[in-house]
Each structure stands twice: as structure tokens, then as C-alpha cells.
Design a protein around this ligand. Structure first.
Ligand code: 6PG
Length: 483
């Protein structure tokens, strides 16, 4: 139904699939929604196909769109991240009044969001960078929403966002994350975790396929079973679907027909870069980004295959198949646990750096539904932070420590098997090294400090007394205290 005279509670700019699904979600949940797209055909198409789902107020100019919103006006931008977003923000800020709210629902880089918030605030309006997860289906039926921006805007926006968000046990999967770029930052790390989660699932598949010699359809059944236990999650569920799918043209397993070069739009890479900048070892996420990059290094891979780099003496697996499958399940669970633990470390570091005061309990709550990394396991993460909001690391929570008791040996066995078989398992292996590094009483960092002092007089600390020291390496090798 459309009514030009009715004022809308919310507006959506940009009516590609995500935008129009979000608009439909608002309308289906009783909100009157103003809709605008640069080319009016998309607006007409939305109204024609779905106008009966609720109250839409379509406009053909941004001015009419703004005029169709009730005050304080609330408009969500769902256009391509980057310059297109800046252009729409500028148009909206121009046409809106003081106190109105512009929301960017795309995957914007959080530093852009911080900049935009400042600019828009200087023009008297509010700007909210909101991460929205759940893909096309989530946008329509209930996404997880991570809004940043001023707390004041959340008071106005909260109820309307709650009306469309996913809901788990009566709790909507949306909350105010923190000021300015906090929402987009958290969404960025969500996507980083998503990359790692997808990669460890991929590594498990690779081991079952080429280590245990199983066919995709058989592995699909294994994933289906895993989805009823600790690993119960959206990504495991869709993995089973993808593996069971046959290519409609050839009848071959679809996974064998798809080119094995993974794409990326950049959010995982941003997370890894941020980890490097803030000095947080989010190794699982970084390895996952590199794994995608390596998969897409087509020419180099071809040369390495044609040149037949030596594989060493590949030994056949001498373990029982059922035991191996269970080991892989546990290794996957362990590596996934590390990825989440590191992701939460990344969020803590970002929150401290930018003064956002992000509460990890909020994330563990709102990520339980709607988003791509939704998993049963998030309930456990929430419980962990409920018990201790200042956990030094998620894996140090008593429940997860107990889980790791059961996971550690199979995890080691799987990394050994992968190495022995010459099968790549970058996140399984590097996460295990991360885990062992955290546990290690002594790290070779002492030697590195010695080397740095040797060639650059970079000094070192001593274990037995305070102060900063240097050895006269090219002289008499005496010890001097520098402060
Ligand atoms: C989500 C997804 C979504 C998008 C990813 C895909 O949370 O709904 O993360 O935002 O599908 O950006 O990212 P890549 O193209 O980089 O894999």
C-alpha cells in the first residue's frame, strides 16, 4: 500500500537487494517506510512486487523523500560503500533539519564512519554507522544490527531497529555498540571472525576430502551431524547444503565445479590490518585473509603445480576413519574457539584505543541470531563474559578451558596428520602455535631481544631486576644499565 500523505517512521535510500529487503522488513513489521533510489525503476519495481506487504511512501527525489519522513527524520543508506555513501550523506544532510538522523547500513570502514560522524555533527545532524549482518535473507527476515553513533540517536532509533532485528529467546539482536565508529568496527571484526570460521570449516573439508578420501555428499552428512552438537551454527548448516549440491549442468558435486579462488570485499582484510596496527595477534583472521589471497594467486599456484614442488614422503593415514572424522571435528572446534577469542581481543583493543567502552556481553548476545556467525556456541561466550566481563582471554573461561582439555590432543593429531599428508591447514596449524605461544613459559622473544641489542643497541630488560640494559657486543661484552 502506498500513501503520499502519510509520514514515514523510517526511510531507506538505495534499493538494491539489501536495501529493498530491509525496507520490506520495516514495512512488514508495521512501520511506514519511505523509499528512494537514484534510478526510480528500482523504486517502482519494489512497490510493484511488494507494495502490498505494508506501508511504503515512494519518492523520486531526495527532497521529496526527506519531506515524507516524520521528525526527527531517520534515513538508512544502503548504497555501495565508499564514494556513493559520501554523496548520499551530503544530499541528505543538505535536505534534512537539525536533529535528524542519517544511518549508514553498509560495510563502511570504521575510520570513514568516524570522519562522517564528525562532518554530519558539524552540520547539526546525527550520524549512525550501523553494521548489518545476515545477508539478503537476514535483511528481509531479521538481521543482527550493530549501530554506533551518539547514544541519543539510539533512544530514537532503538525501538524501530528492534522491530526488524532477529530475535533470540525474546531478546532482539540489536543494541547500541558505542559512539561514532564503534558499530562499524564491531561489524568489521564480526566479518573477520566470519572469514576465520569459514576457513576452518574449509580446512576440515579439505582433510576429510583429501585426507580421508571422502566424497562431498558423504562429508555433507558429517557436517549435518556436526550441526547438532557444539558446532551448531549457520555456517556449518550452509556448508552441508553446499557440499550436498550437485551441479545442475553436469551432475558433478558443485564444489568440484566451482573455481577454488576465494574472493573478498575487504572487511576481513581491514580486521587483519587493524590487528597489525593495534598489535593484537588475531592470527586466525589474518591467516584466513592470506588463505583467500593465496587461493586467488592463480598464476603462482599453476607454476607451483606444474613445476611440481617436492611434497616429501607422503604417508597414508593409518588411523581409523571414524576416529579421524571425530578428531577433525574437535580440531575445527578448537580453531574456531581461538578465532572468536582473538576476535574479542581485537574488539577490546579497538574499544580501548578509540574510547568506545564496548561490552563483549552485548556482542555475544546480539550475534546469537540473524548474523552470519550465529552459533549455539555464542550462548557459551555470553555466559563466559557474564561470569567475568574482564576475562583476559575468552579461552581462559573455565568452561572453554574444560573444552580445550578434550580438544587439545585431537587438534595436535590433526595438525600432525595434515603436515604428514602435505595438506594445507593454515588456520588449524597457526592457531595451535598461537595457543602454545600463549601457554609457553619462555618464548624465543628473549633471543630476539638479544639479537636486537647485538645489531642495533636496542637494549633489553632483565628477568631478575628492573631497568634497561645493553651488552657492549663489539667491545668487552660488559653489561651497562641505560636507565
Ligand atoms: C554479513 C556478511 C556480509 C557480506 C560480507 C562478505 O555479515 O552479512 O559479512 O556483510 O556478505 O561482506 O564478505 P566478503 O565478500 O569479503 O567475503
Amino acid at each position: 500500500m502506498t500513501d503520499k500523505n502519510e509520514l514515514a517512521q523510517i526511510g531507506v535510500v538505495g534499493l538494491a537487494v539489501m536495501g529493498s529487503n530491509l525496507a520490506r522488513n520495516f514495512a512488514r513489521n508495521g512501520n511506514t517506510v519511505a523509499v528512494y533510489n537514484r534510478s526510480p525503476e528500482k523504486t517502482h519495481a519494489l512497490i510493484e512486487a511488494h507494495g502490498e506487504e505494508g506501508n511504503f511512501v515512494p519518492s523520486e527525489t531526495i527532497e521529496d523523500f526527506v519531506a515524507s519522513l516524520e521528525r526527527p527524520r531517520k534515513a538508512i543508506i544502503m548504497v555501495k560503500a565508499g564514494r556513493a555513501t559520501d554523496a548520499v550523506i551530503d544530499q541528505l544532510a543538505e535536505a534534512m533539519d537539525d536533529g535528524d538522523i542519517i544511518i549508514d547500513g553498509g560495510n563502511a570502514l570504521f575510520t570513514d564512519t568516524i570522519r562522517r560522524e564528525k562532518d554530519v555533527a558539524a552540520r547539526g545532524k546525527h550520524f549512525v554507522g550501523a553494521g548489518i549482518s545476515g545477508g539478503e535473507e537476514g535483511a528481509l527476515n531479521g538481521p543482527a544490527i550493530m549501530p554506533g553513533g551518539p547514544k541519543e540517536s539510539w533512544e530514537t532509533l532503538g525501538p524501530i531497529l528492534e522491530s526488524i532485528a532477529a530475535n533470540v529467546d525474546g531478546t532482539p539482536c540489536v543494541t547500541h555498540i558505542g559512539p561514532d565508529g564503534a558499530g562499524h568496527f564491531v561489524k568489521m571484526v564480526h566479518n573477520g571472525i566470519e572469514y576465520a570460521d569459514m576457513q576452518v570449516i574449509g580446512e576440515a573439508y579439505q582433510l576429510l576430502r583429501y585426507g580421508a578420501g571422502m566424497e562431498p555428499a558423504e562429508i555433507a552428512e558429517v557436517f549435518r551431524e556436526w550441526n547438532s552438537g557444539d558446532l551448531d551454527s549457520y555456517l556449518i548448516e550452509i556448508t552441508a547444503e553446499v557440499l550436498a549440491q550437485k551441479d545442475p549442468e553436469t551432475g558433478a558435486p558443485l564444489v568440484d565445479i566451482i573455481v577454488d579462488a576465494a574472493g573478498q570485499k575487504g572487511t576481513g582484510r581491514w580486521t587483519a590490518i587493524n590487528g597489525l596496527e593495534l598489535g593484537v595477534p588475531i592470527t586466525g583472521i589474518a591467516e584466513s585473509v592470506f588463505a583467500r589471497a593465496l587461493s586467488s594467486s592463480t598464476a603462482q599456484r599453476r607454476a607451483a603445480q606444474e613445476g611440481q614442488l617436492p611434497a616429501g614422503t607422503i604417508k597414508a593415514l593409518d588411523v581409523d576413519k571414524a576416529e579421524f572424522i571425530e578428531d577433525v571435528r574437535r580440531a575445527l572446534y578448537a580453531a574456531k574457539l581461538i578465532a572468536y577469542s582473538q576476535g574479542f581481543d581485537g574488539i577490546k583493543a579497538g574499544s580501548e584505543e578509540f574510547g568506545w567502552d564496548v561490552d563483549p556481553r552485548d556482542l555475544a548476545t546480539i550475534w546469537r541470531g540473524g548474523c552470519i556467525i550465529r552459533a549455539k556456541f555464542l550462548d557459551r561466550i555470553r555466559a563466559a563474559y557474564d561470569n567475568n566481563a574482564d576475562l583476559p582471554a575468552l579461552i581462559l573461561d573455565p568452561y572453554f578451558k574444560g573444552e580445550l582439555e578434550d580438544l587439545i590432543d585431537p587438534w595436535r593429531r590433526v595438525v600432525v596428520a595434515a603436515t604428514q599428508l602435505g595438506l594445507p591447514a593454515p588456520v588449524f596449524a597457526s592457531s595451535l602455535s598461537y595457543y602454545d605461544s600463549l601457554r609457553a613459559e619462555r618464548l624465543p622473544a628473549a633471543l630476539i631481544q638479544g639479537q636486537r641489542d647485538f645489531f642495533g643497541a636496542h637494549t633489553f630488560k632483565r628477568t631478575d631486576k628492573p631497568g634497561t640494559f645493553h651488552i657492549e657486543w663489539s667491545g668487552d661484552r660488559s653489561l651497562t644499565q641505560t636507565d
